[in-house]
Design a binder for this molecule. Structure first.
Ligand code: C2O
Ligand code: CU
Length: 482
């Protein structure tokens, strides 16, 4: 059936009552506060960077990968001058932040791209504490070194030196190692849509598809089939094996997947992970051995360090057919041997349905005003990917301020798709039960994920797969306030 049949016709939509107005007014106020202004300058330009052993030519913000970590407090205003020193247009997106629409950094939707040599000043209030990141929203630039963490501090984060508040940015890397992201995209799309139909017969396709499914399910180990691209390197905070100093006492890791094409499986040898937030929003704490983090997702975890402190811990992240490791050095003890693979990686794995939003951020129960059924289509052969979303009068997914919107993401493909909505934090629903507040959710092959959000931030907002190659191959649509 066409997806449009699942859409509530405009005539059936409940009018927004006066009871909604105070809530909406409060939301507007949160986005336009005149809090303390924090100034940053970010220049995107070609740079040589050391990945921990090898130096590559790439593109970076302020000459470093990752770019500078931006930290501010809830309610403050970020004023970021972004200069474009690249040979192509650029925009900056502040991933996960419920900011004003005209600062969202989507070219041709919320702004004109910044031309080479030009600059643009972004200025917006950050309304919610949490772990976010920034990256360009232009072409395959994210798959170079153009990204950095954006941390909006809350009371859990030490205000002063941040010793035990450690950001862990994960990335899949190929730039400067014989291939560039644009060439990879061209290779995947066969240089603009052409492809080799004879490459696989039907039997092979079936087997490969089954493999994908086995490998990709979040309950199973990750294998090479969750990614479309073969990466020679995986990085933690811009290095293939960094040491991250941590102090004594509780340890909070802010995990961010800034990779373009790779979900990572993360564990810390000898410790369990207590998930306290995802995509910036707190959850009821859940303790596991390992978790899988999709592109664009974030998890804040408390690490329960055995024996208190003083032990060097190894965080192991596996993506594709390789891994990367980070030594969390909290003391002088013997360093675990290189290449050791903690058994926790195969232990108790976080499941999406285990997560429930903390009481103060859970959406109040409400009947949705509209339901959009959005289906994912595409395959590796043609390398054309799509998010089929319903439209009305030529407007894709029209919503009105004040409405409760339900989105049903149906994955009709054999690939993973981390689906990301701009400007809002939806709430996952499993069997009618409220789950985590998130802005990016993995929809596994042939599965359906249901989310709801309050339409409280007017504008035109991108909804897309955070596999950057899928997005570039068409997996993008828009939620439009009308
Ligand atoms: Cu992080 Cu539209 O993306
Ligand atoms: Cu995808």
């Amino acid at each position: 059936a066409p997806a449009t049949e699942a859409t509530t016709p405009a005539s059936a939509v409940q009018p927004i009552g006066p009871e909604d107005e105070p809530v909406l007014a409060a939301e507007r106020a949160r986005r336009t506060s005149d809090g303390t202004v924090r100034d940053v300058e970010l220049t995107a330009a070609p740079a040589s960077v050391d990945l921990g052993g090898q130096t590559v030519e790439t593109w970076a913000f302020n000459g470093a990968v990752p770019g500078p970590e931006i930290r501010l407090r809830e309610g403050e205003v970020l004023r970021a001058v972004v200069r474009n020193g690249l040979p192509e247009p650029l925009t900056m997106h502040w991933h996960g932040i419920a900011l004003r629409n005209d600062m969202d950094g989507v070219p041709d939707l919320t702004q004109e791209a910044i031309s080479p040599g030009a600059s643009f000043t972004y200025e917006f209030t950050v309304p919610d504490a949490g772990t976010y990141f920034y990256h360009p929203h232009t072409g395959t630039q994210l798959d170079r070194g153009l990204y950095g963490a954006l941390i909006v501090e809350d009371e859990l984060a030490p205000a002063e030196d941040g010793a035990n508040d450690v950001t862990v940015l994960l990335d899949d890397w190929l730039d400067g190692l014989g291939q560039e992201p644009d060439e990879v995209l061209e290779g995947l799309t066969g240089g603009g849509g052409g492809h080799d139909m004879g490459a696989m017969d039907d039997m092979d396709m079936g087997a490969a598809a089954m493999d994908d499914m086995e490998m990709a399910s979040p309950g199973r180990p990750l294998g090479g089939d969750t990614s479309d691209v073969d990466y020679p390197l995986y990085l933690v905070n811009g290095k293939s094996a960094p040491e991250l100093p941590v102090g004594a006492g509780p340890l909070r890791l802010r995990l961010v997947n800034a990779g373009s094409d790779t979900p990572f499986r993360v564990a810390v040898g000898g410790a369990r992970l207590t998930v306290v937030a995802t995509d910036g929003f707190p959850v009821r704490p859940v303790t596991v051995d390992a978790l899988v983090i999709g592109m664009g997702e974030r998890y804040d975890v408390m690490v329960d360090v055995p024996g208190g402190s003083g032990l060097p811990l190894v965080a192991t992240v596996e993506g594709g057919d390789g891994g990367a490791r980070a030594l969390l050095r909290s003391g002088p003890e013997t360093i675990p041997t290189a290449g050791s693979r903690p058994s926790e990686l195969d232990g108790d794995l976080l499941r999406l349905e285990d997560l429930v939003a903390a009481d103060d951020v859970r959406l109040r129960p409400e009947t949705p005003d509209r339901t959009f059924e959005i289906s994912m289509r595409g395959d590796m052969q043609a390398y054309q990917w799509a998010l089929d979303a319903p439209a009305e009068d030529g407007t894709s997914m029209p919503v009105r301020e004040g409405e409760r919107i339900r989105m049903v993401f149906r994955n009709d493909t054999m690939m993973w798709h981390p689906i990301h909505l701009h400007g809002h934090t939806f709430q996952v629903t499993t069997d009618g039960k409220p789950g985590a507040r998130k802005d990016t959710v993995i929809v596994p092959p042939m599965e359906t994920v249901v989310v709801e959000f309050d339409a409280d931030n007017p504008g035109a907002w991108a909804l897309h797969c955070h596999n950057i190659y899928h997005a570039e191959a068409g997996m993008v649509t828009v939620v439009s306030y009308v």
